[in-house]
Ligand binder design. Sequence first.
Ligand SMILES: [Ca+2]
Ligand SMILES: [Ca+2]
Length: 401
Amino acid sequence: MEVAGKLMVSAFGPSLGIKTFTPHAKPQHISSTMALKGRVFHLLQFTVSNPLAAALLYGLLALYAGSAAALDFSNSKWIWIDNSENVPAGAIGDFRYDLTPPAGQIASSAEILIAADNNYTLFVNGEYIGSGNNWEQGQAYCVTLDPECNVFAVEVHNRIQSPAALISAIQVTYTDTTTETIVTDSTWRANGPTPGFQAPGYSDAGWLSAVVLGNANSPPWITPSTPPTSGSSLTISNSYWIWTNEVTSPTSNAPAGHRAFRKTINLPIGQLASTGTIVIDADNAYTLYINGNLIGSSGDWEVAQRWTFTLDSPTDNIVIAVDATNTIPSPAGLIAAIALDVESCYCSTYDTYITDSSWKYSLTVPPGFQQPFYNDADWPNAFVEGTYGVQPWGTPPIVNA
Ligand SMILES: [Ca+2]
Ligand SMILES: [Ca+2]
């Protein structure tokens, strides 16, 4: 018994810090000493009576170590630009984190988990990555990093006079497959609204340290949920209703007619996707295309549809195109969320995208607009009407199409 116990400690103690087993990820280091200590502590609780039991335990603990390695918010802090609990409506906080790899390490990719009170826009190395509007629901992104210099930049917008904050956990993977986890804390830099702050070359030397408002579960917040790990749980609860500049609010009347919307997703270098899931709803009707292929249509805004799709071949360029119709002068809107199965990537979660102001629209539906090569460079950005739940639409349920 004593021998088996010692075997486990000597086999697990060091090796837990070297390899974990995540189904969708390459072997990774666990860089968090706290997590490591936590696991070793658990390990010492076990006593075994024979080598077979020890072997079984070894397997179970290896699985445990793998599952516990999934990225979450548990070590992240809610941060803001000051310690105000009563942030004005419309206030903006800009945040930056400059990643300097340890000596001799070359950055490869990052899995980013993020949520904000209330709206965030995420940039990596100056490039728009994604946005969200629901502090209770985290979103995940997988990005390819520059070998040496990387800047994570987030703009957060407070909706009404209320607390405001950002929370994030970023797992950086280096080319030797070791990982490092960065969390929001006072090492992030913070400032008020700063045009161009997301550019890698911008100097934040004059910025202050971000102010830590509390742990992930500190009131008035709760720990944001982690995003779906499969398309079957994808929702639009984190998405925005969008339309054209013909509306000024979700309840204003838009003219009747067809409008075209497009969203181009360019996956970072080295990442490809060929399958995914989309949840979509439109007032009053939509016809959905992905990379030129007709996916489906619906004419009932009271129910959203979940479609799964498979592209002809893996690609790093995915274009969502929607012909959306308002049947009579009345409110009009389009809302969607897309989850892509990203391949050839260290990250183990889906990449998720939502309808937001990065979508483009046209007041006409030009022939071929659904093709990936169609040039929408002169199309304007969509008008954001509100979040899922806003009237007049409320919370349409999702059915599998
Ligand atoms: Ca708020
Ligand atoms: Ca309508």
